[in-house]
Design a protein around this ligand. Sequence first.
Ligand SMILES: *[C@@H]1O[C@H](CO)[C@@H](O)[C@H](O)[C@H]1NC(C)=O
Ligand SMILES: *[C@@H]1O[C@H](CO)[C@@H](O)[C@H](O)[C@H]1NC(C)=O
Ligand SMILES: *[C@@H]1O[C@H](CO)[C@@H](O)[C@H](O)[C@H]1NC(C)=O
Ligand SMILES: *[C@@H]1O[C@H](CO)[C@@H](O)[C@H](O)[C@H]1NC(C)=O
Ligand SMILES: *[C@@H]1O[C@H](CO)[C@@H](O)[C@H](O)[C@H]1NC(C)=O
Ligand SMILES: *[C@@H]1O[C@H](CO)[C@@H](O)[C@H](O)[C@H]1NC(C)=O
Length: 602
Amino acid sequence: MKNQLVFILVFFFFLITFIHAKKYHLFGENESSTVSSTNDQRLLVDIDIYNRAYALPYFLRQLEQFTCPCSQCYLDFHLYRVFNTTIENETSRLLHEWVSAMKKSDQFVFTTITIHEWTAQSKDDRANRLSDAMKRSSVLDVTYLAMFDSMIILLEPEKILSILISKDKPLITPLLRSTKNMYTSTFYLNDQEASGFDTYKKIYDRKRLGCFSINGGIKDFYFFNFNHPKMRNVFLINRNSKEIQQHYAIDVIARENSIPSYVCNREVFGYIPAQFSETLHDEAIIYDLYIHTLIEHQLNGPSQTYLPPISRTSLIHVPLSKEKTKFGLDEIYVINLVRRTDRRERLQATFDILNMSVRFFDAVDGKYTIDQAYLERLNVRLLPNYEDPYNQRPMNYGELGCFFSHYFIWQDMIKNEYSNGILILEDDVRFDVYFKYKLEKILSNSSLDWDILFLGRKIMRPNEENYENTIETFLIEPSYSHWTVGYALSLRGARMLIDENPIQKILPVDEFLPIMYDHHPNSSWKSHFTNRKLKAYAFHPSILTPTHYFGEPNYVSDTENTQILEQNDGKTSLPAPELVSVDVAATQKRLEENARMQKDEL
Ligand SMILES: *[C@@H]1O[C@H](CO)[C@@H](O)[C@H](O)[C@H]1NC(C)=O
Ligand SMILES: *[C@@H]1O[C@H](CO)[C@@H](O)[C@H](O)[C@H]1NC(C)=O
Ligand SMILES: *[C@@H]1O[C@H](CO)[C@@H](O)[C@H](O)[C@H]1NC(C)=O
Ligand SMILES: *[C@@H]1O[C@H](CO)[C@@H](O)[C@H](O)[C@H]1NC(C)=O
Ligand SMILES: *[C@@H]1O[C@H](CO)[C@@H](O)[C@H](O)[C@H]1NC(C)=O
Ligand SMILES: *[C@@H]1O[C@H](CO)[C@@H](O)[C@H](O)[C@H]1NC(C)=O
């Protein structure tokens, strides 16, 4: 909470150090003449546009969807020309282009749109954004004022203004929040005691629904209602502007004048990217936090189903970059069952946002592709005495399909001599916010020698992990682990795996890999493999996780709940015709393990 406060103070200092240099009205609007003498309600939307062109296509699309619930709605942009770079010019160009396109389109709901461009000159020149917005509200004689910035993401922009009006509170914010467990939102509490965070979490997680009076303050999105006389008196009056200038922050003014601020969370309003005071001035991290918000959104469907991506404006032409990255690797394979089109569609949008070039690799479908003839063709043999440690059952068809998918990719890598390495992802992968940053950092170090890098894994024996011995900040040497949700592989590593001829003694791929880096607890299984010298590292903490943990709603495994193979002296035989599901019995054990794991990740 303290960090939040520090952040806000720093943030406002940041805002107020710009001088208002140039102000012009795009359509030559004469402000004073627009004020009519009727009692109709008017509304001003006042927006800070930061110098981050990447957010504009998403943000402007939301504005296009606004509906005006009043007789007149005005839209003011404040574009900060702070850094004077090409990006800044790009932001300005996009904004002007969009405004002209809006004017021509039938989506135009605003009475006027005004662009103010601001330039930083010296720290002594302080323009007071708030008092400026208040003067403008006064001149336009508005009843409502909405202030926010271009980094927010609204899910139902067409409804938001009328919803906020209907709450009839003097000063409110819609709950906008960052991604899972990041706990940045449009409000903060002043509570110093531990219970404060509990209250915060209940509102943040929408365990309690409604509008809540906030003893700390609201931030990032303000909705003023000047029907409330105190709001008029404290904020609107021009002769008071000097007083306003002394405390720039809206939350401070509200607190000092005993105006209650409310956060409302009954409706799901949308997001703001996570904010940390440490990263406030690091534009690269701010970018990562923004795109992480976009990709996480797709995982927020009801009962953890997928949602379509946040849409972009089509009024202006913003090409997605044609060049995409592979992090210097030769290929990024994504294993996807052809019938799981939902997963492929989700990932396609995600990779566009992450600017990654990948190759979708059709998974071997254990349910429909593998039969006795298939196994005979590949000359598959089960590992003698292999038994699933959870269920005490032999391998099932899903696990076989999974093994073959990985195995064929290793072969493909060798065939193509991908000496720069590859990345293999499964299609239920969820990306951590620092995924790109950390992966780029590790892969760019050519003197780091590795065969396999686990980007995400399930730690099976936490007390055997060597957490202290970090390599290059992010890596440790993994002990026994499960999952193959994402790992990088070197050509030497792929050869080592294939040379063991593992399909002649097959076991699940996430048991095979720990055997090959020689950290498997079962020495009798291990003894079937000779060259167990894979040089393995793992990101700690993981930079990838699965989208769904075992037992969560809509957890659908493509390997579990498939038929199992009967074992007969190492030879395979066709299973009984009905589906044999023994996973249920092991549910409790795995749920407990997963709960522990998720706790470890925090
Ligand atoms: C703006 O409107 C006011 C009042 O109608 C008028 O006096 C003034 O001349 C106008 N200014 C411009 C620049 O048109
Ligand atoms: C911005 O950069 C341009 C050229 O790069 C320069 O002419 C101009 O003076 C700069 N503006 C400010 C406010 O620094
Ligand atoms: C930005 O645009 C202005 C004029 O529109 C130009 O003078 C300036 O050189 C541009 N700056 C950059 C970095 O492109
Ligand atoms: C995407 O990746 C390519 C290749 O690394 C790079 O040239 C481009 O600038 C990147 N674009 C974005 C938006 O990050
Ligand atoms: C190894 O696996 C076999 C077969 O599942 C099992 O019988 C044996 O107890 C295991 N050994 C160890 C040390 O876990
Ligand atoms: C690259 O990795 C090696 C081995 O861990 C390390 O000694 C070196 O400092 C790293 N270089 C950079 C630039 O991080």
